[in-house]
Design a protein around this ligand. Structure first.
Ligand code: GLU
Length: 475
């Protein structure tokens, strides 16, 4: 990134400042919404073998306009206070956009998780959780962590177990963290949630024929060419679901080892299987072009309709924005485009689907998991059979009245009630479609709001603002 560019937090604040004048809110209220409310920075010792490591870690709560606060925990060597602040800030706006009733938060632990043993990761995770408990920075009504870059369901299980050990009398203890394993008070569909949400979000955008015409594309996701940067949790599910359910063509994949490309499309399942077997996708037989990683924007500038950065922040900057050929950039990661990079892209007429809307599927399903934990019951338990019987009665009546019968397999399919996974997916789809409708309406109504990110920020700020106004603290 060029020196003169703002950092990640600076970019997020620039986006906020661009949107703020369109919200009609008082300057004092806007300042409150913009600031991070609480920052806890800690250094704690962990013994690895005979060596002591002092670990730097953070938990930032950006906004308490709703509680608990919510957001993932990142394990990475690049973690720093301003990065965690930027991520916590985005969480508040993300939750507001998808009507998830939480304030935003984020955690960061400055370690390289891939360098540590499972036992070492467990030690760090449990100690970090104890620090949070000590400062009242975790709890089902206070602040609820979740997975992020470098963490997953295993870390969440350790957090839950540590919390439960100290707060055993809290009947809602399971709601202290989300993204837990499905068989340990987690929810089905959480692992795929962010990627699935990204798919629903992209689909909502490309289904608008008028908007697509402006950038020379036809409506619909089927047949659209896609490049994915990052095959972690978010990137891999985005690619799989876009290919399998949407009919998109995965023409390129970029990862630490480099990029593979084939303009006719490659099967994402085969790429992932090949990479698992060989430790790299270089050499994948389906690719026509491959490039070992040689510069920092490897693969991002290849030709495609939709570029999906699904890795880390600051990937598209003033240095490479000009080279991007994709017509749509879908921000599956948080902050992959810098504010200055975005200016170049917008000038060239690119459609940017912004992170604070597009990757909100993760926190949406976290919300479902938290609700499940508080209700102590899985979704579908009360109504699945009831619905099934009702549909069956209806279908039987139709058969009786028409004298025609439906095959037994089809009958079972037509009358089935929703299981947990069906309800989670349906709730997620509804959430993403509704949120996009609101963002698009802001673009249509406000003549000076010309891009999706600004519209998404306006949506978030207005919703947060109306919470503060209802409290009667601001004019
Ligand atoms: N880390 C995810 C995000 O950036 C999920 C947060 C959550 O589920 O609370 O949105």
């Amino acid at each position: 990134m060029a020196k003169k560019e703002p950092n990640f937090l600076g970019s997020v604040q620039q986006y906020f400042d661009k949107a703020a004048p369109h919200t009609g809110l008082h300057a004092g209220l806007l300042a409150q919404i913009r600031h991070c409310n609480a920052i806890y920075r800690m250094n704690f010792p962990v013994k690895f073998g005979n060596e002591y490591r002092i670990i730097e870690a953070y938990r930032v709560q950006h906004s308490h306009h709703r509680t608990p606060t919510k957001g993932g925990i990142r394990y990475s060597n690049h973690v720093n206070q301003e990065e965690v602040m930027a991520l916590a800030t985005l969480m508040s706006y993300k939750c507001a956009i998808v009507d998830v009733p939480f304030g935003g938060a984020k955690g960061g632990v400055k370690i390289n998780p891939w360098e540590l043993t499972t036992f070492q990761r467990e030690k760090v995770t449990r100690r970090y959780t104890m620090e949070l408990i000590n400062r009242n920075f975790i709890g089902p009504a206070i602040d609820v962590p979740a997975p992020d870059y470098g963490t997953g369901s295993q870390e969440m299980a350790w957090i839950y177990d540590t919390y439960r050990t100290f707060k055993g009398s809290d009947i809602d203890a399971a709601g202290c963290v989300t993204g837990k394993p499905a068989n340990l008070n987690g929810i089905k569909g959480r692992v795929e949630a962010t990627g699935r949400g990204v798919y629903y979000g992209i689909r909502s955008v490309v289904d608008q024929a008028k908007d697509m015409k402006k950038i020379g594309l036809t409506a619909g996701i089927a047949g659209k060419t896609m490049i994915i940067q990052g095959l972690g949790n978010v990137g891999s599910y985005t690619a799989k679901i876009s290919q399998d359910e949407g009919g998109a063509l995965i023409v390129g994949v970029a990862e630490v080892e480099g990029v593979i490309y084939n303009p006719k499309g490659m099967d994402i399942h085969k790429i992932i299987a090949y990479r698992q077997e060989h430790g790299t996708f270089l050499g994948f037989p389906g690719a026509t072009t491959e490039l070992a990683k040689e510069d920092r924007w490897y693969g991002l500038d290849f030709e495609c309709d939709i570029l999906v950065p699904a890795a880390l922040e600051n990937q598209i900057t003033v240095e490479n924005a000009d080279r991007i050929q994709a017509k749509i950039i879908a921000e599956a990661a948080n902050g992959p485009i810098t504010a200055d990079g975005e200016k170049i892209l917008l000038k060239k007429g690119k459609v940017i689907i912004p992170d604070l809307f597009l990757n909100a599927g993760g926190v949406t399903v976290s919300y479902f998991e938290w609700l499940k934990n508080l209700s102590h019951m899985r979704f579908g338990r009360m109504d699945k059979r009831f619905n099934q019987n009702t549909y069956m009665n209806l279908l039987n009546k139709v058969e009786e009245m028409t004298g025609k019968t439906v095959g037994i397999q089809e009958k079972i399919f037509l009358t089935r009630g929703g299981d947990e996974i069906d309800l989670v997916r349906s709730g997620l789809e509804e959430t993403m479609v509704t949120a996009y409708g609101q963002i698009r309406e802001i673009m249509n109504k406000k003549k000076k709001v010309n891009d999706l990110r600004t519209a998404a920020f306006v949506s978030a700020i207005q919703k947060m603002g109306s919470d503060y106004l209802a409290m009667g603290i601001f004019p």
